[in-house]
Design a protein around this ligand. Structure first.
Ligand SMILES: [Ca+2]
Ligand SMILES: [Ca+2]
Ligand SMILES: [Ca+2]
Ligand SMILES: [Ca+2]
Length: 398
């Protein structure tokens, strides 16, 4: 039941440039000067890949651009940034043991995203200067920056998203111009931009998420026009896109991404922010199987993990008003179990990861008012709680 019918509207590509010194000029009216060229330096070291992949059977959870792992031991790590000074600290996490190390500071005008630019299964960082448009890669191994690589400057009207469009496990960058709606891609190999291309322009009323609806290991782009309720998917292969419309979903509904049946294809959890209704779309290309779940009122916010380690994404629900927590263990569109977790003060914010490497997602809690940190090690519906070091409130955690 393969579903990839070629769309008549398929097309792409302004130009691809494999010559690192080429500059492909944009034809747009604004002439945004998108220099699509390669890295200006590359001090890449030999890969010593001794990484132990995360035990979870689903590739989502071993994707180190999605779940931070600076030393590739299969245990998720934390990155701290001081919102006053621009200082940065890495925590290598192993159960309740924290191996902390500070790395270079970088000014507060720089935004960061996590990626893996050399396919060593260790998280790297893309820094983007929101004022100047400069771009910088930090290749990271453990608590060390092994290489700092300046990429070309791209006007700040463009935003960068981490993708893997050619499926080589090395991150690429999807560029979107927030004023013109133009889109472009940089294919990156070993921290060098090897190919650059413009994609079709999409009106700025459309927002997007990075997905993989057909499970080919190459990132796709799910587009949603929240106001109109329209949805579209671009299947991407390198710099080629195939574009399809999906069913409309009313503007009251927002979505969260997961893989609820564990087939390595991204699925959608739709949530009606007004009525509290929840519906899952299990995706298979452009086809989907839809199933409704119980209602939960609007004060509950979903996030995703895999609490029993079966490869099927589960839903972590936090009530941001009452501080109640629960998890739904999922099997496709069926909720198999509800876990009743303890409540905690609404001042605590969760971030999900696997901090002991057992393939089961845990919950890292940060209380930015009291500076406390806490980890819940989760095994299905059971929690073991551990307090860890406090960090003062001007630090934010990733
Ligand atoms: Ca780690
Ligand atoms: Ca799926
Ligand atoms: Ca699960
Ligand atoms: Ca775990």
């Amino acid at each position: 039941m393969s579903s990839l019918i070629k769309s008549p509207s398929t097309n792409t590509v302004l130009s691809t440039s494999t010559n690192l010194n080429d500059v492909v000029s944009n034809k747009s009216a604004l002439n945004t000067d998108l220099h699509l060229t390669g890295a200006s330096q590359s001090g890449l070291q030999e890969n010593n890949v001794s990484a132990t992949a995360n035990q979870n059977p689903n590739p989502t959870f071993s994707d180190v651009s999605n779940f931070i792992d600076f030393n590739g031991d299969g245990k998720n790590d934390k990155f701290w940034r001081n919102t006053q000074t621009g200082e940065n600290t890495i925590w290598l996490v192993d159960n309740t043991n924290i191996d902390a190390g500070s790395i270079s500071a970088i000014g507060l005008e720089w935004d960061l995203q996590f990626a893996d630019f050399n396919a060593d299964n260790k998280t790297d960082i893309l820094w983007r200067n929101t004022q100047t448009g400069e771009n910088l890669i930090w290749l990271i191994d453990g608590k060390s920056i092994t290489s700092e690589i300046a990429l070309d400057r791209i006007d700040p009207t463009w935003s960068a998203s981490i993708v893997d469009f050619n499926g080589d496990n090395s991150s690429d960058i999807f560029w979107r111009n927030n004023q013109t709606g133009e889109n472009a891609v940089w294919i990156i190999e070993n921290s060098n931009v090897t190919t650059a291309a413009f994609l079709e322009t999409t009106d700025i009323s459309w927002s997007f998420s990075i997905v993989d609806f057909n499970g080919d290991g190459k990132s796709d782009i799910f587009w949603r026009n929240q106001t109109a309720g329209e949805n579209e998917i671009w299947f991407v292969d390198g710099t080629d896109t195939s574009e399809f419309s999906l069913s409309d979903v009313d503007s009251q509904w927002n979505y969260t991404l997961g893989d609820f049946n564990g087939d390595s294809r991204t699925d959608l959890l739709w949530r009606n922010e007004t009525t509290g209704e929840n519906t899952i779309w299990l995706m298979n290309g452009i086809l989907f199987l839809s199933g409704s779940l119980d209602n939960l009122d609007a004060s509950w916010k979903p996030s995703v993990g895999d609490f029993n380690g079966d490869g099927q994404t589960d839903i972590f629900w936090r009530n941001e008003v009452t501080g109640e927590n629960t998890a739904w263990l999922m099997n496709g569109t069926e909720k198999t179990t509800s876990a009743f977790f303890p409540s905690n003060d609404p001042g605590w914010s969760p971030s999900l990861g696997d901090y002991n490497g057992d393939g089961k997602t845990d919950v890292f809690w940060r209380n930015s008012q009291t500076q406390q940190n806490d980890i819940w090690f989760v095994d299905g519906t059971t929690i073991t709680e551990a307090q860890i070091s406090e960090v003062s409130t001007e630090w934010v955690v990733y």
